[in-house]
Design a protein around this ligand. Structure first.
Ligand code: DX5
Ligand code: ZN
Length: 227
C-alpha cells in the first residue's frame, strides 16, 4: 500500500501557544501540512480565523505547506489573499461555492493547488466531472464546523468510491479525509487507500502530547502499508 501523510488541523490547538506548538510539530518532521479551517458562521455554525493567522505563523518562522479549508461566503477576496500569502492548497466545498469551475481554475492559474471538498451526504458525481481541474479531493467524515466529532462510518464506502473514481481517471489527484480520525479507526481509514489524513483533536487533546500522538499515527500507518 502506498504512503499516507498527515495534515494537522489547528482548530483544536491552544491559540495562546500557536506559534510555538506548530513550530514543534513542523520540526518533528511528522507533519506534511498544516490544515486551516476557515469558517464564517454562515455555511457552518462556527467562526474561526482568516489569512492573518497564516501570515502571523509565517512571520513567526513556520515553514510548512498550508492547506486552506474554506467554508465562507463571499470567498473571492479571501481566496486572493490566501494566494498572495503563498499557501500550498485551497480546498473548496462543492456545496458552498457559487461558481466552482471558475474558482478552481482561478486558483490553479495563480500557481496554487486546489482541492474539492464533499460533505458526508453530497454525491460524488461532481468529482467525475471536475477531476481534470483539481489536485486533491477531500472527503468530510464529519459535518464541518467543529473538532472532536465522531467519525461517520459510511465515510469508508465514500472513500473507496472516491479512490476508484481517481484511479479510473488515471489522474494525479490526492485523496484526503477530514474529521473524527483517531488511534482506533485510523487503520481502516488508511486501508481505503487515502493519501492524506487530517487530524485535529486526536493530536492536540492527548495527555501523551502531540508529538507522541503523531508517532502513534505514523506507526499505525506504517503497519497498514505492509499489506
Ligand atoms: C471540521 C474540520 C476538521 C476538524 C478536524 O469541521 O474541517 O478539519 O478540525 O478535527 P478532528 O480531527 O478533531 O475531527
Ligand atoms: Zn477541515
Amino acid at each position: 500500500m502506498k504512503n499516507c501523510s498527515i495534515a494537522v488541523s489547528i482548530l483544536s490547538a491552544n491559540f495562546a501557544n500557536l506559534g510555538k506548538d506548530i513550530e514543534e510539530l513542523v520540526h518533528s518532521g511528522l507533519v506534511d501540512s498544516i490544515h486551516f479551517d476557515i469558517m464564517d458562521n454562515h455555511y457552518v455554525q462556527n467562526l474561526t480565523f482568516g489569512p492573518v493567522i497564516c501570515k502571523s505563523l509565517i512571520q513567526y518562522g513556520i515553514r510548512s505547506k498550508f492547506d486552506i479549508h474554506l467554508m465562507i461566503d463571499p470567498s473571492e477576496r479571501l481566496i486572493n489573499e490566501f494566494i498572495e500569502i503563498g499557501v500550498n492548497q485551497i480546498l473548496l466545498h462543492v456545496e458552498y461555492s457559487k461558481n466552482i469551475e471558475k474558482e478552481l481554475r482561478k486558483i490553479r492559474n495563480n500557481g496554487c493547488k486546489v482541492g474539492l471538498v464533499f460533505n458526508p451526504r453530497t454525491s460524488l458525481e461532481t468529482l467525475d466531472r471536475l477531476i481534470n481541474e483539481i489536485d486533491s479531493v477531500l472527503i468530510m467524515s464529519v459535518y464541518p464546523g467543529f473538532s472532536g466529532q465522531l467519525f461517520i462510518e459510511s465515510s469508508i464506502e465514500r472513500l473507496l468510491e472516491a479512490r476508484s473514481i481517481i484511479d479510473k481517471s488515471g489522474k494525479d489527484v490526492l485523496l484526503e479525509v477530514d474529521g473524527g480520525i483517531n488511534f482506533k479507526n485510523v487503520d481502516k481509514i488508511v486501508q481505503t487507500g487515502v493519501d492524506v489524513i487530517v487530524v485535529g483533536s486526536s493530536v492536540f487533546d492527548q495527555s501523551i502530547g502531540s508529538i507522541e500522538a503523531l508517532n502513534i499515527f505514523h506507526k499505525k500507518i506504517d503497519f497498514c502499508k505492509k499489506f
